[in-house]
Design a protein around this ligand. Structure first.
Ligand code: UDP
Ligand code: MG
Length: 369
């Protein structure tokens, strides 16, 4: 039996939807078909859980235990699948995922070829998810799986997007809480579609919400901002966020700063517009300074005071201009990467009941086929 996996690529280089991923002898991935109209023969809708994992060997067994309990509880009303995406782990995460997949058919493993980052891993899971309702959650149990039934209830009431909002956060450092507060404050002022304060990537999307999200083809994916942009009827579920059940955070302050920059830069043009307006304001003040200098000169007055102010303004203008150039370079870099149209992630291996090696899943040549 061949272990080859056929993956049809779309023109944007992202992996295509799972119905196109045929694994000979193993069926399609995921094997459970979505029942997009809930009234079809199979009455139970399909729930997909999407879980990015990076070096989560300590917490994964606990996560699987809690999620398995949840699936049992939901079994009468929902079929379910759990997509575990290994984002370039260097510990035993992938081996654990394969073990779980072999012992429980609800779980499916997708191994990325390296660490692409949580947002890319999430994108991968979203693309493979076949569910009528798709919930993304972290592997570390900071997003309690027990909240999923309440999220599903909001979805059943007609919401296409169900956000979870943290009313408290246990186990986070003071610095992390303050930087998060600053981020939401800036987002409310700088972003065209501000991020809902205290919401994260623990959310439910309806099938049409997810399809709309996947139709956004940008390479740099700040998914919280993209979901905000989508619109749709949105509901919220409040919860107290516990600390990590085990293991350590994979987000350094540097990684968090990079993600925040991503949020602002990809959030529409208002951020760029603000920088432009600021530069114009300072440039206007400089012009006024120069005019004052010329007038003082013409009238034969002492120019020392005016000269001092003009130099001060020039320094401010210089600083703002440099900052503006750095910002423009950020946009330019993103345009460059968008034009190259590289895939957002590359899959190295799939694990569905048994591991399947996949070669060049995302190679451009495959797009021709
Ligand atoms: N994660 C990932 N790739 C990364 C970093 C993190 O897939 O490059 C996963 C990680 O395994 C976890 C989730 O993203 O399931 C959130 O990461 P973490 O808990 O470290 O972030 P925090 O909650 O501390 O912000
Ligand atoms: Mg966490």
């Amino acid at each position: 039996m061949s272990n080859e996996v056929h993956v049809r690529m779309d023109s944007h280089g992202l992996l295509s939807r799972p119905s196109d991923v045929a694994v000979p002898g193993l069926g399609n991935i995921p094997s459970a078909p979505a029942s997009h109209a809930h009234g079809d023969g199979e009455a139970r809708p399909l729930l997909s859980l999407v879980v990015p994992c990076r070096n989560e060997q300590e917490v994964l067994p606990l996560f699987v235990e809690r999620v398995s309990c949840l699936l049992k509880e939901l079994d009468a009303d929902y079929r379910s699948e759990v997509l575990l995406i290994d984002d370039g782990s260097t510990d035993a995460t992938w081996a654990l995922i394969c073990e779980v997949v072999r012992s429980d058919g609800h779980f499916r493993g997708i191994k990325l070829s390296r660490n692409f980052g949580q947002q890319a891993a999430l994108t991968c899971g979203y693309e493979f998810a076949a569910g009528d309702a798709v919930v993304s959650l972290d592997a570390d149990l900071q997003d309690p799986p027990e909240l999923v039934p309440e999220m599903l209830a909001r979805w059943r009431e007609g919401a296409d997007v169900v956000l979870t909002v943290r009313t408290s956060r246990t186990g986070e450092t003071w610095a992390k809480l303050q930087t998060a507060r600053l981020f939401y404050w800036l987002s409310a002022r700088l972003c065209s579609y501000p991020i809902r304060a205290e919401s994260g990537d623990f959310r439910l999307l309806s099938r049409r919400g997810l399809d709309a999200l996947l139709s956004l083809r940008e390479q740099h994916r700040y998914i919280r901002g993209m979901v905000q942009w989508l619109g749709f009827r949105t509901a919220e579920v409040a919860y107290d966020r516990p600390g990590r059940a085990a293991g350590r955070t994979k987000y350094s302050y540097r990684a968090m700063a990079a993600l925040a920059l991503e949020a602002f830069v990809t959030s529409g043009r208002s951020f760029l517009g603000l920088a432009g307006r600021l530069t114009a304001l300072i440039a206007g003040l400089c012009l006024l300074g120069w005019m004052g200098l010329l007038v003082a000169w013409g009238l034969g007055l002492s120019v020392e005071g005016v000269l001092g102010s003009a130099v001060g303004l020039l320094i401010v203008l210089g600083t703002v201009s440099v900052l503006f150039q750095v910002l423009a370079a950020e946009y330019l870099g993103r345009i460059f990467e968008q034009v190259r149209q590289r895939p957002v992630y590359i899959v190295e291996e799939l694990c569905v009941q048994q591991p399947v090696a996949v070669q060049n899943l995302a190679s451009p040549q495959r797009q021709q086929g």
